[in-house]
Design a binder for this molecule. Structure first.
Ligand SMILES: Cc1ncc(COP(=O)(O)O)c(C=O)c1O
Length: 406
């Protein structure tokens, strides 16, 4: 089925004249010839594109919209703070209230610092680790994404230089032997191990930690004075409000938060254990907009609302429902649909020699009105309720009907 996208296409042509690539950064990769490119409005779990097409959104702004678009509770909290002042020459007490909220909420948090994007938190976490340990190297996971700074990008990425990644060691996920081998090869050189709590690479099945993995990492890092940084930027608040590490039974030194922390208002946070407070105090890290108080008020309201409605349980419940219904719906077309990751962040992949079937199905889902991707995990929010799950499954089923003969 084709849908009208004249306005999207027209705007995209104009954008390409003015903006390199038309749409840049991670949004660029989601642009498809046939698909929405610009929104006109959004509400709860839905958005409308500039041509008036309505989409049930399984991407949630790439994570942030954990309580749905235009959530009145969060918007009110932000608006009230905007009306008092947002960027003022001194900080607002709301900053302290947010730090206290995080310390009370996130298990390992004894202090908090703030930035704008997830990449600020991960950058700061590495700097604090280097300051504390006096060591240079960063141990990370192959295909792990931590932001757009030079060292975080794949080696050889356009615009990066060799020295960006010369202190970065990358090992495969869930591989204790490779981890141990890196530790002994670079004895006394590794400042930190940075990883998401589970592996959510692009274009691959998402993989949970195997039994004993994080316990082993924790034991070795503690022995060798290596700081454990959990990058909870994508997973934060969708697995456990107290930190995703809780679900996997380990205790990192630093936790990076971003995306869902303020339901779309621009703020990120780094929280840590007390013994790193002095190092955190010494490292210079800042940005002109870091003290915006309205996003801080939005973050407090978001965390409180997530607690009030027990959002994590809701997302997990509906995520499980979505997973089970999608798998059995696909089975009725004789399709083996793999759903990996955690229920609130499902990654879908059709198991088939012909990869094209997967791409065709996702394109068709989009044409039917589900905003989803073929290469990235999806995000549920607390406003993806039973009716949204049933709508997704019924549209996804129609998408199969057109490409599979039963
Ligand atoms: C796991 C993870 N870490 C860090 C980042 C970087 O966050 P930001 O894009 O807000 O800088 C992302 C963004 O997708 C992410 O998924």
């Amino acid at each position: 089925m084709k849908f009208d996208q004249k306005s999207s296409d027209k705007l995209f042509s104009k954008a390409k004249e003015l903006i390199p690539g038309g749409i840049f950064g991670h949004y660029k990769y989601a642009v498809r010839n046939e698909g929405p490119k610009f929104f006109s409005k959004a509400k709860d779990a839905y958005f409308w594109d500039v041509d008036g097409n309505k989409f049930i959104d399984l991407i949630c702004g790439w994570g942030p919209m954990i309580l749905g678009y235009n959530n009145p509770v969060i918007d009110k909290a932000a608006q009230e703070q905007y009306s008092l002042g947002n960027t003022v020459s001194v900080a607002s007490p709301v900053m302290i209230e947010l730090a206290e909220t995080l310390v009370d909420t996130v298990e390992i948090a004894e202090w908090a610092l703030f930035g704008k994007n997830g990449g600020d938190s991960t950058q700061l976490a590495v700097m604090i680790s280097r300051q504390e340990t006096g060591k240079d190297k960063v141990l990370k996971i192959d295909g792990g994404y931590h932001g757009a700074n030079g060292w975080m990008q794949r080696e050889g990425s356009p615009g990066t230089i060799d020295s960006d990644s010369s202190e970065v060691i990358s090992i495969p996920w869930n591989n204790i032997e490779e981890f141990d081998s890196a530790i002994s090869t670079f004895e006394n050189e590794i400042a930190c191990f940075i990883s998401s709590p589970f592996h959510h690479p692009t274009s691959e099945d998402n993989v949970l930690p195997k039994k004993g993995y994080w316990e082993h990492i924790q034991k070795v890092c503690n022995e060798k004075n290596i700081i454990i940084i959990v990058d909870d930027v994508r997973t934060g608040f969708r697995i456990d409000l107290a930190g995703s590490n809780k679900a996997f039974n380990f205790s990192p030194d630093l936790v990076c938060l971003g995306k869902a922390i303020a339901n779309g208002y621009p703020i990120s946070a780094l929280v840590g254990k007390n013994y790193l407070k002095e190092a955190a105090n010494k490292v210079y890290f800042s940005g002109t907009q870091f003290f915006n108080s309205a996003p801080m008020a939005a973050a407090i309201a978001t965390i409180n609302e997530l607690k009030n409605i027990d959002a994590t349980s809701l997302m997990n419940h509906h995520g499980n429902d979505l997973k089970n219904k999608m798998i059995s719906m696909a089975k009725s077309f004789d399709v083996d649909l793999r759903v990996t990751g955690v229920p609130s962040m499902p990654y879908f992949r059709i198991e088939n020699d012909d990869k094209e079937l997967h791409f065709k199905w996702v394109d068709n889902c989009l044409a039917k009105g589900i905003y989803m991707t073929s290469y990235h995990n999806h995000f549920l929010s607390a406003v993806h309720r039973e009716s949204e799950i049933d709508l997704i499954v019924s549209l996804a089923s129609k998408a199969f009907e057109e490409i599979i003969e039963v």
